[in-house]
Design a protein around this ligand. Structure first.
Ligand code: BES
Ligand code: ZN
Length: 599
């Protein structure tokens, strides 16, 4: 703990925050907000407790209306001027507060705007129940500043409390202690005792019901989804136990899940104590639960040990992708883990073809850029491969305790790539000389591509899938494919390996036999639709249109719109005009860039 604090203190600034982190840090936030669905705004105040006295406090905001600010000095509220600087399209507006001597706390009254990038206000039609509205936040990477004035840097940790008032009948939940027996009376209080960075602040409000999954896990979802969701994620409690046996105690109390409407822009978000999930992972057969493994893994990598700035995002996501795969191996078997890993590795190979060399490094320099630019397979899968490289060289008997130690030593702290290099050199390389070098690690960290000596995965069952695909491509009828035993992962391998120039008629034959255009598995449908668009297989287009208007998960809709815009721009525009009103601001911003006339 101490070493983590010292390292954080040494880091004076975050390129994606206006905060004067070297002068003062927030250590507690107390929120009091009303959720106004008519005006689509949060309104109320935040009171920030500071760790020391300073002459000024600089906060991050974006599209907030600041009403007034107070400094609290010896228990007395003194009104102080609040000055907003001009708006930067990426970073928002700096809020400057001049603090009287001995200010311990500040209170800021404010309102959010309907277009807040970190909030989505859904009308009832966009929910499963279609009767009640829904609100949810998505703060990572730098969207917390659009719903509260804060030091919006992952290097700053604070505890928080909140009072949230909503219309009666709607339930509010936060990334904090949630009492599953709360009645939906519209007045909720939350306490978060473990210090967290701002990107892990989260709120959801809607017609939510709870079902237990295990002793310390459960799920919130709209009533009509609850049973299917509870069935899908029945492995959750077991996964918590398995992760603890690998990497030490789960330090956050409960681990609950919350299923969002289909416009949720991501697969999952690791909000502490309360992972947010897309409903598109509810496949019916539990085949996409690696997403739970992933978000759960963040309870160690990311939430407990946090990247100090977004330049070190791989320390969150690469570690998490590695741990996720270890959980899958322990909860299921090594072959499933290998298949999932190989799919990710193929995804990385594909993405590397399109990325500038500097964006292929694990350590990034995102100064002046949107931190979301770092959200590529490089951070996730190349990051995972660096840890696999070390695991293979040193063996699990040395690597597993090393990783556990990394989490223990930096718990509730912030880390940089240099911290990782120093820790690895000291704890692994120096103690086991002659096995791996700093230069080998730097080849991942500060060089493009994947080093040639990286251990790559070859899943046995994928070899069989590749053979079946090749046989069918050469001479087969779709009837000759024996797919009865195929898992989702094998289907993904089969579809992703179809040649880009495959004639539409051959896709039609597959579709006739396996109804892939109608697949209820979102990953299979997505992979198939990409091939269908490439091959201009028009029979699939109505299903693609339906998918794009139902689902707003960016990972799916951005590549599909990109491909559609290249094939048939008019069709892309027409579908986007219909789909866009239901999309989250984050997804809209991304798709607007590829279908410009969609608005
Ligand atoms: N923390 C990420 C989501 C994220 C990253 C949001 C950066 C905003 C900025 C989350 O843990 C994640 O990685 N989600 C993935 C799923 C995962 C299984 C790869 C996603 O949403 O696709
Ligand atoms: Zn993640």
């Amino acid at each position: 703990m101490l070493s983590a604090l010292l390292m954080t203190a040494a880091l004076a600034a975050d390129p994606h925050s206006y905060a004067n982190l070297d002068e003062v840090r927030v250590r507690h936030a107390e929120l009091d907000l009303r959720v106004d669905f008519e005006q689509r705004r949060l309104e109320g105040f935040v009171e920030l407790t500071l760790d020391r006295s300073a002459s000024r406090l600089l906060l991050d905001t974006r599209d907030l209306d600041i009403d007034k600010a107070y400094a609290i000095v010896a228990g007395e509220y003194r009104k102080i001027p609040a000055q907003l600087s001009t708006r930067d399209p990426i970073f928002g507006q700096k809020l400057s507060l001049a603090l009287p001597v001995d200010t311990q706390r500040v209170r800021i009254y404010y309102r959010t705007r309907p277009e807040a990038s970190g909030l989505q206000w859904l009308e009832p039609a966009l929910t499963a129940g279609k009767v009640q509205p829904f609100l949810f936040s998505q703060s990572q990477a730098i969207h917390a500043r659009s719903w509260l004035p804060i030091q919006d840097s992952p290097a700053v940790r604070f505890t928080y409390g909140a009072r949230i008032r909503t219309p009666k009948g709607l339930l509010a939940r936060m990334s904090a202690e949630n009492d599953s027996t709360d009645v939906a009376d519209g007045d909720y209080r939350f306490v978060m005792r473990q210090p967290i960075p701002s990107y892990l602040l989260a709120i959801a409000v809607g017609d939510l019901k709870f079902a237990p999954l295990g002793a310390r896990s459960g799920i919130y979802a709209e009533p009509s989804m609850l049973e299917a969701a509870a069935h899908e994620f029945a492995d959750t409690e077991r996964m918590i136990d398995l992760t603890e046996s690998l990497y030490g105690p789960y330090r956050w109390g409960r681990y609950d899940l919350l299923v969002l409407p289909p416009s949720f822009p991501f697969g999952g978000m690791e909000n502490p104590r309360l992972t947010f999930l897309t409903p598109t992972v509810i496949a019916g057969d539990r085949s996409l639960v690696s997403l739970i493994a992933h978000e759960l893994a963040h309870s160690w990598s990311g939430n407990l040990v946090t990247n100090a700035t977004w330049d070190h995002f791989w320390l969150n996501e690469g570690f998490t992708t590695y741990v996720e795969n270890r959980i899958i191996e322990a909860a299921f078997d090594a072959e499933r883990a290998a298949m999932e890993r190989e799919l990710s590795e193929s995804g990385l190979d594909g993405e590397l073809l399109d990325l500038k060399p500097a964006d292929q490094h694990l350590r990034l320099d995102l100064r002046g850029r949107d931190p979301d630019d770092g959200m590529t397979e490089v951070a996730y899968t190349k990051g995972m491969l660096l840890l696999r490289f070390l695991e293979t060289r040193f063996g699990r008997e040395r690597f597993d305790p090393f990783l556990r130690d990394w989490f223990d030593k930096h718990a509730f702290g912030a880390v940089t790539t240099d911290d990782f290099l120093a820790f690895t050199e000291e704890q692994l390389l120096a103690r086991n000389p002659g096995i791996a070098t700093r230069e080998e690690m730097l080849a991942f960290i500060d060089r493009p591509g994947v080093p040639g000596n990286t251990p790559r995965t070859q899943a046995a069952r994928f070899v069989a899938v590749d053979q079946a695909r090749n046989r069918w491509l050469r001479d087969g009828e779709a009837e000759t494919l024996s797919t009865e035993q195929w898992t989702t992962q094998e289907w993904l391998r089969f579809i992703e390996g179809l040649p880009t120039d495959i004639p539409g008629a051959r896709l039609a034959a597959l579709d006739e036999r396996f109804a892939l255009s109608q697949s209820g598995n979102s990953e299979i449908a997505f992979a198939w639709y990409q091939k269908a668009i490439e091959a201009d297989y028009r029979a699939a287009f109505p299903a693609i249109e339906a998918f794009l208007t139902r689902v707003g998960r960016r990972k799916f809709v951005l590549p599909l719109f990109t491909a559609l815009a290249a094939k048939d721009a008019a069709f892309a525009r027409q579908v986007y005009a219909k789909a866009r009103p239901g999309y989250h601001p984050i997804t809209r911003a991304s798709v607007d860039a590829v279908v410009p006339a969609g608005r």
